[in-house]
Design a protein around this ligand. Structure first.
Ligand code: GLN
Ligand code: ZN
Length: 760
């Protein structure tokens, strides 16, 4: 095939050294003038375009750059400023844009939520606030900028109307059609203006097409795109999907658009199967996503070429675009700066820039034949083979254990009803027991000492003594406050996944492998590249020390297998569930050791359980069953008297209540304040009978809540939940809070608990 174009769907915003983040934060704190800030942003934007050009990409995306979030950008293009922010119409001022994302003194920020099953968060548009108007042609602006400054004839990237409306809130599902129709003319105007400006290609993202949609929704999509293509008939519009396969393959590929973008990496082979079954309209262009846009492993070039050959043979279309399977927003920028990884691992990695080189290479291979890229084919194969042959990927002990999982018990000895009685008599807790979620403030001082230790200015012994002193201080504080169940405070941890990754076998850490999580916040996911192996106790010292200081139970504190999995870059030569089970087995050893050393309550946090849900409903059961199994594999060996806790953040549990119940944890604590009571409903509808702590105050805010607020939250929950099962705790860990405000808030929480105890 000769007619091939290499392209990209989106490039990371943050910069190789997080320059973007730094500029944003300087601007927000008033340390940078607006003019300088805007110039810097433009510099980053243009630099990112140049870099893509340098990697050999033919068609460069423009307008995917953002100063916060692309969903918010889209909302702003339509003037959707929530009423609580001042706005006089026209182009939304930069200050207002950031206020909506971050809140200001007089108005709370818009809600943010996860972008499909990624760890990227978008700002949820509020459609019930103002009528949309087309106030700014953002894609046009960035198209012209790229053309004038760099001579690039770019491909504007636009978030499509159906996905945009589906991801927004402020309307009922029955109003979906009306809502989309409200936006269609605005999109039509945008596309018309792009066409008039000479734009050749446009990429319209509709990832919602990879979720489970109804036939009516597909019909709505069809009508929408018929209108849009009429509005700009000369533009070559690529309808781009990603993160899974299309359910309505025939309907969607026959839309009147110029091309269809499909994900051939996260589709379980279904898109190729559909191509073989239904064929592909020959006058259309197929944009084939064949390089993983969400993971960090080097592609096997030969295997990718074979896949492309199969795609081309099945599609028989005029033109092929070769591209990553999704935006590269979800991967770090380049492997080049990583100097501390082992060569075997480094050589088998591919971040955004390397992925674009792979795309360029594949298009060369398809155009000129495999022989033209023979050397690169061999190199990629050798890199992967070397990694596969490494001792870390061949840990026979771990592999044997995961191969024999069926034989391994994953059930507690007795059912909850009987073990809860044993636990009651073992712990003798008052009704409505009080506790916290795990971490206490990570002060400047703690970070300073840790840095000194990392730089070897402190010996390990000195650092550990420092941590012990912090633990002691906070055990005393908890004693004074009168909490019923204590925690050690997690002072030794920077991050709840990194801490365990550093102590388990099979992990490595990058130096610059950051990805955007929300706004300017970036995370640096660990690489799970080998078999996950327990090496030595990870939390024993701190837990045992804390317990030795008090007669109150101190909860052992671990991060659960699904959260470690979902917040890491995971090897792709094994199924994710196998990796989750390996992690679970390592935690199982840790839990046994904790129990043997006198720890009687153990909390295994799974804040990321919900976000791993697949896009398609039909895959939920599979995921949830595997997640529940991994969790139970980790916790089920303990005695009946040992109390297992778990904790989850984020609301919206209604649909996964059965799985939460199936975890069979003795006590669960859940964040509630951001769901404004909606969460309690979920528990009303299903009879949840185990211990449960619904966060009684929001830890995300500096403000110390009043006793009335907390009491209201408690009594609201007690209308639905049995007081015998109810625990009183904050929403989440307290590590981001200040010391004084934490003590103050907990004092009030305990007062509220005591007051309520008298009434039940
Ligand atoms: N135990 C952790 C903490 O308290 C839980 C954090 C989380 O839920 N994200 O920080
Ligand atoms: Zn939490």
């Amino acid at each position: 095939m000769k007619n091939v174009i290499s392209t990209n769907l989106g490039y990371p915003r943050i910069g190789e050294h997080r320059e973007w983040k730094k500029a944003l934060e300087h601007f927000w704190s008033g340390k940078m003038e607006k003019e300088t800030f805007l110039l810097q942003m433009q510099e980053f934007r243009l630099d990112h375009l140049k870099k893509q050009l340098d990697q050999g990409i033919d068609l460069i995306p423009v307008g995917d750059f953002s100063m916060y979030d692309h969903v918010l950008d889209t909302a702003m293009m339509f003037g959707l400023v929530p009423e609580r922010f001042e706005y006089k119409g026209g182009k939304v001022p930069l200050e207002t844009y950031f206020d909506i994302a971050r809140g200001n003194r007089s108005a709370v920020a818009s809600e943010m939520t996860k972008w499909f099953n990624t760890n990227y968060h978008y700002i949820v548009p509020e459609l019930n606030q103002r009528n949309p108007a087309f106030v700014e042609n953002r894609p046009l602006h960035f198209y012209q900028e790229a053309k004038q400054k760099l001579g690039i004839n770019g491909k504007p990237v636009i978030l499509g109307p159906v996905t945009f409306v589906k991801l927004a809130k402020g309307y009922d599902q029955q109003e979906l059609k009306d809502m989309v129709e409200l936006f269609t003319p605005l999109y039509a105007q945008m596309l018309g203006e792009l066409e008039a400006a000479g734009v050749e290609w446009v990429q319209i993202d509709e990832p919602i097409l990879c979720t489970t949609l109804s036939a009516e929704e597909i019909h709505l999509l069809k009508e929408t795109y018929e209108t849009l293509t009429k509005a700009a008939p000369k533009i070559k519009m690529i309808l781009q999907t990603y993160f899974d396969h299309l359910d309505y393959f025939e309907e969607i590929t026959s839309l009147p658009v110029h091309g269809i973008g499909l994900d051939f990496v996260h589709d379980d082979g279904q898109n190729l199967k559909a191509l073989n079954t239904f064929g592909f309209p020959q006058d259309k262009m197929l944009a084939a996503g064949v390089i993983d846009g969400r993971n960090v492993w080097r592609a096997n070039i030969e295997e990718r070429i074979t896949l492309l050959e199969k795609i081309a043979a099945a599609a028989k279309c005029e033109q092929l675009m070769i591209q990553p399977a999704s935006s590269l927003l979800h991967v770090p920028i380049t492997v080049n700066n990583e100097t501390e990884l082992t060569p075997t691992l480094k050589n088998a990695l591919s971040f955004a820039d390397e992925k674009l080189q792979e795309v360029a290479l594949l298009s060369k291979g398809v155009k000129e034949g495999k022989a033209a890229i023979e050397k690169d084919i061999k190199a990629s194969k050798a890199a992967i083979e070397t990694l596969n042959g490494s001792p870390e990927r061949n840990n026979t002990k771990v592999q044997l254990a995961t191969a024999n999982l069926e034989a391994m018990n994953a059930e507690r000895q007795a059912p909850f009803e009987s073990r809860s009685k044993l636990q009651e008599s073992a712990f003798q807790l008052p009704i409505l027991p009080t506790t916290t979620i795990g971490s206490f403030p990570q002060t400047q001082e703690i970070r300073k000492q840790r840095l000194k230790w990392r730089k070897k200015e402190l010996t390990t012994e000195q650092y550990e003594d420092f941590i012990k002193a912090e633990i002691k201080k906070w055990i005393e504080i908890q004693e004074k406050l009168g909490l019923d169940v204590f925690v050690h405070g997690e002072f030794e941890r920077t991050d709840m996944v990194e801490y365990f990754g550093e102590k388990l076998g099979g992990f490595q850490f990058t130096k610059f492998g950051w990805v955007q999580s929300y706004g300017s916040r970036c995370v640096k996911p660990p690489l799970i590249f080998g078999d996950v192996a327990f090496l030595a106790p990870m939390t024993l010292k701190e837990s045992v020390y804390a317990q030795s200081l008090t007669s109150k139970p101190v909860k052992g504190m671990l991060t659960g297998p699904i959260t470690i999995l979902n917040w890491s870059f995971v090897r792709d030569d094994l199924s994710r569930f196998t990796v989750a089970n390996q992690i679970a087995l390592a935690l199982r050893e840790e839990i046994n050791i904790l129990e043997k050393n006198g720890i009687q309550m153990i909390q295994v946090d799974e804040p990321a359980l919900r976000e791993g849900l697949p896009l398609k409903k039909e895959k939920w059961d599979n995921y949830l069953n595997a997640a529940v199994h991994a969790f139970k594999l980790a916790v089920s060996t303990v005695k009946n008297e040992t109390q297992i806790h778990t904790h989850m953040c984020y609301s919206d549990f209604e649909e996964i209540m059965d799985a939460i119940n199936a975890l069979d944890a003795d006590v669960i604590s859940i964040e509630t304040s951001r769901s404004h009571g909606e969460l309690i409903q979920s528990f009303e509808d299903t009879t949840y009978e185990k211990g449960i702590g619904l966060g009684v105050y929001d830890i995300h805010s500096k403000r110390v809540p009043t006793i009335e607020e907390m009491s209201t939250n408690i009594s609201r929950a007690l209308k639905v939940l049995d007081p015998k099962r109810f625990w009183i705790n904050p929403d989440c860990g307290l590590k981001t809070r200040g010391t004084e405000e934490t003590i103050e808030a907990l004092k009030i929480m305990i007062e509220a608990a005591k007051e309520t105890r008298e009434t039940v």
